[in-house]
Design a protein around this ligand. Structure first.
Ligand SMILES: [Fe+2]
Ligand SMILES: [Fe+2]
Length: 150
């Protein structure tokens, strides 16, 4: 394993140990909102561990370039629907936000809204890449999927 792959792997283990450490805390809390927030942090750590695992796989050559023109079109069609769903989620959250003055609700909805904007922008960017006529695998490396468009 390369030095960076080893470090990525250690980072992944750290995320997983964070999950284990947080779980008992959640069970001891008697407040639904706080335990939901902590649960979402656990889910984020699991998500980070999954992403780090994928990076370890990339680094160690386990992930081979697979995007080709035929399955790019198929993938784009599947993703197009999800781009619409995320856009709809954003609209619904915005109108929910207009209907409440309760800061607890507003804070959580705003947090979810940030996630949905990121989901929408990631899927849209991926979709835009897949439908390019001169699609080349290298373009995928320059795709900044994680930057949120405003
Ligand atoms: Fe994390
Ligand atoms: Fe989403």
């Amino acid at each position: 394993m390369s030095a960076i792959a080893t470090l990525l792997w250690k980072q992944r283990l750290l995320e997983l140990s964070h999950v284990e450490a947080l779980e008992p805390t959640i069970h001891s809390i008697n407040d639904n909102l706080i335990s939901a927030i902590l649960t979402s942090i656990i889910h984020d750590s699991q998500k980070h561990a999954t992403l780090l695992q994928a990076l370890v796989d990339v680094e160690s050559g386990k992930i081979k370039p697979k995007i080709n023109i035929e399955n790019a079109i198929e993938m784009a069609q599947a993703i197009e629907e999800h781009v619409k769903v995320e856009a709809d989620m954003i609209d619904r959250l915005k109108s929910l936000l207009e209907r409440t003055e309760d800061n607890r609700i507003k804070n959580v909805l705003n947090y979810i809204l940030l996630d949905e904007r990121r989901h929408h922008s990631m899927l849209k960017r991926f979709f835009d890449l897949l439908i390019q006529e001169d699609l080349r695998y290298e373009k995928y490396f320059d795709l900044d999927l994680f930057r949120t468009q405003t």
